[in-house]
Design a protein around this ligand. Structure first.
Ligand code: SAM
Ligand code: SF4
Length: 363
């Protein structure tokens, strides 16, 4: 099933700074604060909602209707908005995602532009690694600091079942090339799907530890295009820990979590003392961490979203193209973050899945 992207958007009608006022109850802070005392310092930017995989928990088999190229932010527009975010709004980390960000021909330029800003943020990328083999060196040279690669199975048949594409080897080649290009501490993101790869958690962890990568399991969230997510079908963080515990001893990591979504566990072989590394488990559904959320998001079309599960967003691209100054854009961004809800609501009885899917928001 393909869904239409009829996203409610706050579209500022004028670019005159006086036409947009922040709510009277908002304190006069430059930061991206909300009503619940949180300040967003971590910006996720989707560069495209296109992808060359079709992960069952994310995209429909037939893909999503593609956006016209001129609807997407250009490299210059991204640099301008990231510049405002870091110089005025207190953002310290920028992660490029999608869809598949490697599908942007200008990805290296975008990374270089953001990494050369005054008040340089930490710049990272979440990718499926297809095509990374030929671009890892250029991305490193452009100033990319960190890399997360999504990989759900080491078995070609299971990988193909989950992603609907037979490209496991390309992903493995991309990860290897990234290591040769100097990326250390690559994080591997895995989603477990019941009946498909849920028996492979320990194998993925074993491979990650041997390869020097940090594995993180992410609970499947109701952001799939097919709308087939169910609470019963989802593999929970507790189940993941239990399945790993058949092979490894897990102990809570001693490093403070500091707002990070992943809960880290120290890993040892069962009955052994030697610490092998850590594994992260992101329990977005069963143990939500919304109270510590530090995220703000930009869609590929320049819409600010205050949460993955938000039902609307504020358009920054239209006013930017109409000549809005930095101060106006900053205040529009602050206004959207002030509307952020206390939590994502997935566990509330009235929960409604947002119109946009994960690939169209940027995970
Ligand atoms: N294409 C890139 C990739 O796969 O890494 C970047 C975009 S993808 C949307 C970012 C992350 O979101 C991936 O790690 C993916 O596994 C995760 N993801 C996608 N759909 C999800 C869902 N419904 N629940 C939880 N995580 C999901
Ligand atoms: Fe593409 Fe990433 Fe979604 Fe998989 S998770 S379909 S690779 S955007």
């Amino acid at each position: 099933m393909t869904i239409a992207l009829g996203i409610p958007r706050h579209r500022p009608s004028a670019v005159d700074p006086s036409s947009y006022r922040l709510p009277a109850d908002r304190p006069g802070s430059d930061a991206l604060i909300d009503r619940f005392g949180r300040a967003a310092t971590d910006l996720r930017i989707s560069l495209t909602d296109k992808c060359n995989l079709r992960c069952t928990y994310c995209m429909p088999a037939e893909g999503l209707p593609s956006q016209p190229v001129d609807a997407l932010m250009t490299a210059d527009e991204i640099r301008r908005l990231v510049g405002i975010a870091v110089s005025t709004l207190g953002v310290r980390q920028v992660r490029f995602t999608g869809g598949e960000p490697l599908l942007r021909a200008d990805l290296v330029d975008i990374v270089a532009a953001c990494a050369s800003l005054p008040d340089r943020p930490e710049v990272s990328l979440t990718t499926n690694a297809i095509g990374l083999a030929s671009r890892a060196g250029k991305l490193a040279a452009a100033g990319l600091d960190r890399l997360n690669v999504s990989l759900d199975s080491l078995h070609p048949d299971v990988f193909a079942l989950l992603t609907r594409r037979p490209f496991l080897q390309r992903v493995l080649d991309g990860i290897e090339a990234a290591g040769h290009a100097g990326f250390a501490g690559i994080k591997i993101n895995a989603v477990l799907v019941r009946g498909v790869n849920d028996t492979q958690a320990a194998e993925l962890l074993d491979w990650s530890l041997r390869s020097g990568h940090q594995l993180r399991f992410i609970e499947q969230m109701p952001l799939d295009a097919d709308r087939s997510w169910s609470r019963e079908g989802m593999v929970t963080a507790a189940e993941t820990r239990e399945s790993l515990s058949a092979h490894f001893d897990l102990a809570p990591d001693t490093v403070p979590r500091a707002g990070a979504p992943a809960e880290l566990w120290q890993v040892r072989r069962r009955g052994h003392h030697r610490l092998l590394g850590v594994v992260g488990i992101i329990a977005s559904v069963t143990e939500p961490f919304c109270g510590d959320c530090r995220r703000t998001r930009l869609t590929a079309e320049g819409g600010v979203r205050n949460c993955l599960f938000a039902h609307d967003e504020t358009d920054l691209l239209t006013p930017l193209r109409a000549g809005a100054d930095d101060d106006t854009l900053a205040r529009l961004w602050q206004g959207e973050m002030w509307r952020k809800a206390a939590g994502h609501g997935v566990n509330s009885p009235g929960f409604v899945q947002p119109e946009r899917t994960m690939s169209a928001i940027g995970g």
